[in-house]
Design a protein around this ligand. Structure first.
Ligand code: SF4
Length: 431
């Protein structure tokens, strides 16, 4: 396992268990039966997803955040993320989508005008066609609030931290250092310019470093930190100002949520609760809201849902920088068909061998197409899997079927895109 997950690289993650252990990611053990990706075990980890589950169950306010880099066509890997955003929108989330046009300008030399047109034509139109309803869709280059807040956040981050999280060395340009901070600002700004609330960020496993950085920053800005301490809680107060006003705030929260402070220590700036059987979700929200009265940029640390990276159809990570490895949502049906026919498979050397021993769907990029995109029903996917393993299904006919399903999908999507064009203006936040 590489000791750094690289959001900009093309390496595929080989061992998700090891990844979780190495980066402190929790497994995804939530029962999300109405979520196709969860049912198909395509969610390989999470950070504090419990808050999102609580927000959904309580019908509380929460946000869902993602970004897009306008540097080419939207491919199938990005579709999986947007489907999760649509899922959370249907569950009540306020959706925020940041267009990283400053980044594409700086790193890929794409003009802001061009980036704008790519973001709308190649991404937003597809998002709407896939079912995304009205949301906050904005461009980093015109969102002065996000830019200003990124400036504020930069005081919270040191170069050593960037080195530890991203594996940067001294040769890195300021741009590469700035870019994750702007993304952290994107993720936290719905709370900063609104009220503290849980935020879910669905990401591919390679994007976890951004989540780690943002969560660290979020924790650092809090003045009241609370953690479980056996059966109780331990509050610690940051900063250098006299802690009394903060003790008062903790006292008010304890009255409201009906728990008892057992000890306070002004010297060590701590307060203890021996037994806490209360509502941790509500406690965190109350703390963050009260901290605002002290002019603190308090936020609830963002939660993440980490998705298994889709394999490119020629192997490796599915990425728009390797056009042959992925199918773009704007590909023609002929182009998509050509790519599927040239895809790697988990098939055997010969037809005879495959009939006898069966194929291996678990290393097959074509099977992944069925799993992520083509099999609408779980039973259809099961059928492909069983037929492959038993040798009833052969790779040639399997690819033809995949290509036919992809064709139907692309034709329908194109039609929906054209019918969605008039809605674009409703999605533009800063216009
Ligand atoms: S039969 Fe289909 S799923 Fe099985 S290895 Fe071949 S292409 Fe993959």
């Amino acid at each position: 396992m590489d000791s750094n997950l690289d959001p900009w690289g093309s390496l595929q993650v080989k061992d998700y268990k090891k990844m979780r252990e190495e980066f402190g990611i929790e497994p995804f053990n939530f029962d999300l039966n109405d979520n196709k990706m969860a049912r198909r075990n395509l969610i390989v980890g999470q950070r504090d997803f419990w808050r999102i589950r609580e927000a959904i169950e309580r019908k509380d306010k929460f946000a869902a955040m993602t970004g897009l880099m306008p540097s080419g066509d939207m491919h199938l890997g990005s579709k999986a993320i947007i489907e999760q955003m649509i899922y959370f929108q249907q569950k009540g989330a306020e959706v925020y989508i940041a267009v990283a046009d400053l980044e594409s300008y700086a790193t890929r030399n794409i003009s802001l005008e061009k980036a704008r047109s790519i973001a709308i034509e190649n991404f937003l139109l597809n998002y709407i066609a896939l079912g995304l309803k009205k949301c906050h869709f904005y461009f980093q280059s015109t969102n002065s609030r996000v830019q200003k807040f990124a400036f504020v956040l930069s005081k919270e981050v040191t170069f050593s931290e960037m080195k530890a999280i991203y594996g940067f060395d001294e040769s890195k340009r300021m741009l590469e250092l700035n870019s994750p901070i702007i993304q952290a600002s994107d993720i936290l700004s719905p709370q900063i310019y609104g009220e503290p609330m849980p935020t879910i960020v669905p990401v591919g496993a390679d994007q976890d470093p951004h989540i780690r950085l943002t969560r660290d920053i979020s924790g650092r800005m809090d003045i009241i930190k609370v953690k479980k301490n056996g059966n109780g809680l331990m509050f610690s107060i940051g900063g250098n100002d006299p802690p009394e006003p903060v003790f008062q705030i903790i006292g008010k929260i304890s009255e409201k949520l009906k728990f008892k402070i057992s000890r306070k220590n002004a010297k060590y700036r701590t307060a203890e609760v021996e037994n806490f059987e209360g509502d941790l979700y509500e406690l965190e929200l109350q703390i963050a809201k009260m901290e605002r009265s002290l002019n603190v940029n308090a936020t609830i640390a963002p939660s993440s849902m980490i998705m298994r990276l889709e394999t490119g159809i020629r192997g490796g990570k599915m990425s728009k920088s390797v056009p042959d490895s992925t199918i773009s949502l704007n590909d023609t049906t002929v182009e998509a068909d050509k790519k599927i026919r040239r895809a790697l498979t988990g098939g055997r050397e010969s037809v005879e061998e495959q009939k006898k021993l069966g194929g291996n769907p678990y290393i097959c990029p074509v099977f992944e197409l069925y799993m992520y995109h083509l099999s609408r029903e779980d039973k259809d996917l099961k059928k492909v899997e069983e037929e492959c393993k038993s040798g009833v299904r052969l790779c040639g006919s399997c690819k033809i079927e995949a290509s036919e399903l992809m064709k139907q999908f692309l034709i329908e999507l194109k039609e929906k895109r054209e019918n969605s064009r008039h809605l674009i203006k409703d999605y533009m936040e800063n216009e």
